[in-house]
Design a protein around this ligand. Structure first.
Ligand code: MN
Length: 336
């Protein structure tokens, strides 16, 4: 009993330390479920089989600051239902926001991660990254940073010096991707992926930028630990974009901007909302958008393992979380 009390205290102390550092943790956030069922105007879909249905639409939380640099809304969090979201753990969107010039860079100071990957999409502005494994660099508009925390890393995520001095608009997404148990303690990694590295595909009225996995025969540059396909869509005109995603994968469409409708019933998905597609249905995924609409598409093979999440650590068991906190506090995840 003494041992379990000690562990509880350790968890509490670790959580306090981690919260004080300001992290991407959103473990206390709850889902909001959209009640909207209105069927909007549906453009006729003439080719192929029946489009996939939207199983549910998840709403974002209200906005909150992560550190002092990113004002985000969260649509999934690590303690959410794995059945709905695995292998994805968290999706935070810092919608477009203007920052005045400043003297000190804003952002999220030194904090740890273990057991998963953080994938940062910069859409506007410029972010500087630095980590205890020696990874680092700048990502600007269109760039993606794929950081594999795995066995443990300490990093900081800040507005770049140039952005701080000049000010401007910032928009970014941070996605947490789970790792299978066998990779949770492997060596950390860092992939800076530049806008120019992403293959462009014309999918109906939208252009896709392929970050990871396959769309037809085309493959994105990111190396992943489990099978997944990640791309974003930008509508160049009002119209329809149609594509197929693997049967059985978790498939999610997040509306970044504009007027977006998804699935067989053309469900309205407003910016900050996420449509969960029926994974047992074999039809094409159909997304309608108005000119300028932008959508992030995430599709991944679920990881059928238990999830134990606490702050910046995502493991399989509670004991592994305790170990993660001990390792962080004793400096085993390194220093900046
Ligand atoms: Mn982080």
């Amino acid at each position: 009993m003494t041992e379990s009390r000690t562990r509880r205290e350790l968890l509490r102390a670790g959580a306090a330390a981690v919260t004080a550092l300001g992290t991407w943790s959103a473990t206390s956030q709850l889902f909001g479920w959209s009640k909207e069922r209105t069927v909007m105007q549906t453009q006729p879909i003439t080719k192929g089989s029946t489009p996939r249905s939207v199983e549910r639409v998840l709403a974002s939380t209200s906005e909150h600051w992560v550190g002092d640099g990113f004002r985000v809304r969260s649509v999934i969090s690590p303690n959410g239902e794995p059945r709905v979201q695995s292998p994805f753990l968290l999706l935070d969107h810092a919608a477009r926001r203007h920052f005045e010039p400043a003297l000190q860079p804003r952002g999220v100071g030194e904090h740890p991660h273990r057991g998963f990957e953080t994938v940062t999409f910069a859409y506007r502005g410029e972010i500087a990254h630095r980590d205890s494994a020696g990874g680092g660099g700048l990502i600007g508009p269109g760039d993606v940073q794929w950081m594999t925390a795995a066995g443990g890393i300490v990093h900081e995520e800040m507005h770049s010096q140039r952005f701080t001095e000049q000010g401007g608009d910032m928009e970014m997404v941070q996605l947490w991707v789970n790792l299978p148990a066998k990779s949770k303690l492997s060596t950390p990694g860092y992939q800076p992926l530049l806008d120019k590295d992403f293959p462009r595909l014309s999918l109906g009225s939208a252009q896709a930028r392929l970050v990871a996995g396959k769309l037809g025969k085309v493959e994105g540059p990111a190396r992943t630990h489990t099978p997944m396909t990640i791309f974003d869509l930008t509508f160049g005109e009002d119209g329809v974009s149609e594509f197929s995603l693997p049967l059985g994968f978790t498939s999610l469409t997040f509306a970044l901007e504009g007027d977006v409708r998804v699935g067989a019933d053309a469900r309205n998905v407003t910016p900050g909302q996420l449509a969960v597609l029926d994974r047992k249905q074999d039809g094409p995924v159909v997304v309608q958008g108005k000119k300028g609409a932008r959508v992030l598409v995430l599709s991944g093979e679920p990881i059928a393992e238990p999830v134990a999440a606490y702050g910046p650590f995502v493991m399989n068991t509670r004991d592994e979380l305790v170990q993660a906190m001990q390792d962080y506090q004793s400096g085993k995840m390194g220093h900046l």
